[in-house]
Design a protein. Structure first.
Length: 328
């Protein structure tokens, strides 16, 4: 199939990229998104607690939208329904459960993309796979017999009426604690620092309120260094002189990392200093016509939904100027 634009990943960045393309005059049949999950915005579905407030100024980023798409503060379901409607309204075709294996640039500058389900030729290619493809894991080994008791998200397995330790200190750690407490769990939070500098105000306040009501214990200045099986429980051992503790479940909220292997496989250049993919004007990579949008291009600070929308708008400007016949 010959395309003007192939987008990998149907999260806020990939969807807004498709919307920007159609809004700037590219025929929707010439735009295709390949999403490896069974539904779009899989990271949002998987990692956001259901009752989460999706803030427009996430992590203090300006809630200013430059392109076609924009959100105010929304609930999780409103956010997903806004993204659903964007796909529908702009007739964006998304192939679900399709994973890209190979991407090569041809002599004429176009790309040949092979997936587990098909082969495509496209004039431009956009990578919008986010950061959460592989959640960060601790550097110590998790014993195999703890399978089902140690988690890197809270939706793969239902955790209720249990004694749980959440490990981490960012917004997702607080949101996991709030969600798990609501599910009837007794939840403690282990964080390596003495305060929560990386959390937004709503999440700090919610966490502190739980702590004041005695519903969660904050184990600050604690570094988990080992997990052991102890009967039916997980024994958590700390580097500091803190007595080891027993939990039924341990949940890590250590954030995600750039799916570097995927990008390196595509031979995208990385900076030597902080090992981030090089993105130029309009979010173009070192390979002409290949763009990185959304969290992938947001750097170490991380992105937001609006910054993902805005990155697509900037990429589209560059694409209309240098590659496709379109107008923005
Ligand atoms: C717990 C948590 C809370 C957050 N709260 C907020 C908030 O309140 N407000 C806000 O603005 N932002 C929030 N964010 C950040 C926001 O969710 C991200 O900035 C945004 O989702 C980034 O969009 P994206 O499209 O770049 O990536 P993602 O949302 O990660 O989407 C990537 C998509 O690509 C797919 N994919 C991955 N790999 C492949 C592959 N190889 N092939 C095909 N498809 C692939 C994934 O399945 C996914 O659907 C939060 C993040 C987290 C983790």
């Amino acid at each position: 199939m010959s395309l003007e634009m192939l987008i990998i990943g149907a999260g806020p960045a990939g969807i807004s990229m498709g919307v920007e393309a159609v809004a700037s005059g590219i025929e929707s049949e010439k735009v295709l998104i390949l999403e490896k999950a069974p539904e779009h915005s899989y990271m949002i579905r998987k990692f956001y607690p259901d009752q989460k407030l999706v803030t427009a100024n996430y992590k203090g980023q300006a809630a200013v939208c430059n392109g076609v798409m924009c959100i105010p503060d929304y609930s999780k379901s409103e956010t997903l329904s806004y993204l659903d409607q964007a796909i529908e309204k702009h007739k964006i075709k998304v192939n679900y459960q399709e994973t890209v294996w190979k991407l090569e640039q041809l002599k004429d500058g176009s790309f040949f993309v092979s997936s587990d389900k098909g082969e495509y030729q496209t004039k431009t290619c956009i990578i919008a796979i986010g950061m959460m493809g592989k959640p960060n894991k601790p550097d110590y080994k998790i014993p195999g017999d703890l399978k089902g008791k140690v988690h890197f998200d809270i939706t793969s397995q239902k955790i209720e009426n249990s004694k749980v330790l959440v490990v981490g200190g960012g917004d997702s750690a607080s949101e996991y604690v709030q969600y798990l407490s609501q599910e009837g769990n007794s939840v403690d939070l282990s964080y390596r620092k003495d305060s929560f500098g990386r959390m937004n105000e709503i999440n700090i306040n919610s966490l502190m309120a739980l702590n004041e009501r005695g519903e969660t214990e904050l184990v600050l200045n604690s570094n988990v260094c080992e997990l052991k099986s102890n009967g039916e429980m997980v024994e958590v051992i700390f580097k500091e002189e803190i007595k080891s503790r027993l939990y039924e479940h341990v949940v890590y909220a250590l954030g995600g990392s750039t799916p570097k292997n995927f990008l390196k496989l595509l031979k995208i250049e990385f900076t030597g200093e902080d090992d981030q993919p090089v993105v130029k004007d309009g979010y173009e990579t070192s390979i002409p016509g290949l763009f990185l949008v959304g969290d992938l291009s947001a750097g170490k600070r991380g992105g937001s939904i609006i910054s993902a929308f805005n990155s697509s708008h900037e990429a589209m400007k560059k694409i209309c100027t240098d590659y496709l016949t379109c107008k923005i």
